[in-house]
Structures are given as C-alpha cells and as structure tokens.
Design a protein. Structure first.
Length: 105
C-alpha cells in the first residue's frame, strides 16, 4: 500500500469538460495520501520497536545506550514482556499511541 501511495497524486488527472483540460488541484488527494502513509509508517515503526524490545530482553544483563534504554522503558510501561503466545495487535496499537503522542522525544 505504501508503494501505491508514493505515486504522485497528479498521475490520476481527470478531464473536466469535453476533453478541454482545466487546472485541477490535487492538494486534497495528496494530503489524504500523505496522512495514510504516515499512519502506515507509524505501524511499521511500532512493529520494529516491539520486536526490538523483545530482543533486548534476551540480551540482559547487557545494557544498551541511554536512548535505547529509555525507549525500552517507555514501551514496557504499556506493553509487558512476551511470556506466552498472544496477538501482537494490542501491543502494536499501544506503541503506535506512544509514537502518536510524542513519548519518544
């Protein structure tokens, strides 16, 4: 979906009157595509952070850098360590909310 969204909005130009072209603003369509792209990218980053948080647990007692440890702690505030099989969807949504609200600054 991200590949499709990355095409320019102007490639879908439409005729407006009997083949006589007028200027059409594709700003709203481009903005809608950008918004959806941001949502999808947020999901991808949330999945990456979830996987990274689990991987960090397997490297203990080793420690990561300060920024990575802070991010890990932030994630663990809303997502517990995986100790049994469960759907990752709620965990991904929780991390997406952390990203959306700027908790990783």
């Amino acid at each position: 979906e991200l590949i499709t969204l990355s095409t320019p909005a102007t490639v879908s130009n439409i005729p407006t009157c009997a083949g006589v072209e007028d200027y059409n603003s594709f700003g709203p369509r481009a903005a809608a595509k950008a918004r959806r792209s941001i949502e999808l990218c947020r999901s991808v980053v949330a999945i990456e952070l979830l996987c990274a948080s689990e991987a960090i647990e397997y490297q203990r007692p080793l420690r990561s850098g300060d920024g990575v440890e802070r991010a890990h702690e932030t994630i663990r505030e809303v997502v517990p360590r995986l100790t049994a099989d469960r759907s990752p969807a709620p965990d991904i949504r929780a991390i997406e909310d952390l990203i959306r609200t700027g908790r990783f600054r």
